[in-house]
Design a binder for this molecule. Structure first.
Ligand SMILES: Nc1ncnc2c1ncn2[C@@H]1O[C@H](COP(=O)(O)OP(=O)(O)OP(=O)(O)O)[C@@H](O)[C@H]1O
Ligand SMILES: [Mg+2]
Length: 366
């Protein structure tokens, strides 16, 4: 059975009062329990899109449905209780303690003190900031990364069915960022929350997203597809530019070893090298093959669930697996009409000029 659609944008347009068209003709849907990673260069309308979903910004035209209900006719307060929101640059209330910040929505819902305190303690543990040290502090007494973690804890406070996250891990150092990502994936799997995650980082999008939506300037949708499909078959030059180099190694991290990629176990040289598991990431399979001693003749044993050897794998097998994964990955949204995209591209400054004013500083302009 196809998953239920939780969020649906239908030809949404947003023109701000100053004439900026932040989003144009944007249509996509987010399925229940899915993480949709929304990516694109600075200023392409990602935050505007999130803010329209929870009615902090009203669309100029088009419709946004949450569980089939038009958000513009839903009471904004009721709406925000159903939607957790991690605000870009955090947006903690400066005059409230960490504890009070995290308890914002529980307070709205009238939770009692005991339940609220227990939840705050649990969430602070989760983001690695123990309550004993941090609960009574004010936002100005935290580092940027700590503030960001409090922002994530606040959004998770009442286990909302829908979570909008705007660059939630941006100011956190790489090691802790990875830990938070792993923790986020665990919580999301457990709770089944439906998530739109905005990020500039294609690796974060590929790691956390079930699907990736790529926007270009003016809030135009270039592609919505699984991470593998975006990497293997970028729908336009803009998507390719956004991804940059390294698609093959990113795909190795996403694709998994299957029976079809194996050869017979007969040719494994004894003593057999350490095996890889069926279903392992191709990165791990590749590392196992690369680490073989010369005597192993470039062949690792592959074991199944029970630990029995089910075949052998060579470097050719890994390349075949990568091609198979790329062939199997297909885009699930049509690419916008080429002539329209070209017209926009012609009207834009050069890529070099764009890159220079891209405040993210590390992504090429779309
Ligand atoms: N309140 C506003 N009034 C006028 N223009 C705005 C407003 N908010 C955003 N914009 C403009 O709309 C466009 C999209 O902004 P938005 O914040 O959605 O981009 P973004 O993709 O989130 O960028 P970033 O990656 O830098 O956070 C930009 O050109 C921005 O200057
Ligand atoms: Mg933004």
């Amino acid at each position: 059975m196809a998953a239920r659609t939780v969020i649906e944008l239908d030809t949404v347009r947003k023109a701000y009062g100053n004439g900026t068209v932040a989003v144009e003709g944007l249509s996509f849907s987010v399925r229940e329990h899915e993480v949709l990673a929304l990516v694109g260069p600075s200023g392409c309308g990602k935050s505007t899109t999130l803010r329209m979903v929870n009615r902090l910004v009203e669309p100029t035209s088009g419709r946004i449905l949450l569980d089939g209900e038009d958000v513009t006719t839903t009471d904004p307060v009721a709406l925000r209780r159903r939607i957790g929101y991690v605000i870009q640059n955090v947006g903690l209330f400066p005059h409230r303690t960490v504890e009070a910040n995290i308890a914002t929505v529980p307070a709205l819902l009238g939770w009692d003190r005991k339940r609220t305190r227990a939840r705050v303690t649990e969430l602070l543990d989760l983001v690695g900031l123990p309550a004993a040290t941090y609960a009574k502090r004010y936002p100005h007494e935290l580092s940027g990364g700590e503030r960001q973690r409090i922002g994530v804890a606040r959004a998770l406070a009442t286990d909302p069915p829908v979570l909008l996250m705007d660059e939630p891990f941006g100011a956190v150092d790489p090691e802790f960022r990875r830990r938070l990502q792993t923790e986020f994936m665990r919580i999301q799997r457990e709770t089944g929350t439906t998530v739109i995650l905005v990020t500039h980082d294609i690796d974060e999008a590929a790691r956390l997203g079930d699907r990736i939506a790529v926007l270009s300037r003016g809030g135009v949708l270039e592609q919505v597809a699984s991470p593998l499909a975006v990497l293997a078959h970028p729908a336009s030059g803009r998507v390719r530019d956004f991804i940059g180099d390294g698609s093959a190694s990113r795909m190795l991290a996403l694709a998994r070893l299957q029976t079809a990629d194996l050869e017979s176990a007969d040719r494994i040289v004894q003593p057999a090298p350490a095996p890889v598991r069926l279903g392992a990431r191709l990165t791990d399979a590749f590392e196992a093959v690369a680490a073989l001693p010369g005597s192993a003749m470039g062949r690792v044993p592959v074991v199944g669930e029970s630990g029995d050897v089910v075949g052998s794998l060579t470097a050719d097998g890994i390349l075949g697996a990568l091609r198979r994964a790329a062939d199997a990955a297909v885009s699930d949204a049509p690419v916008p009409d080429a002539p329209v995209v070209d017209a926009v591209a012609d009207a834009e400054p050069t890529a070099a000029a764009d890159a220079a004013d891209d405040t993210s500083g590390h992504q090429p302009a779309l």
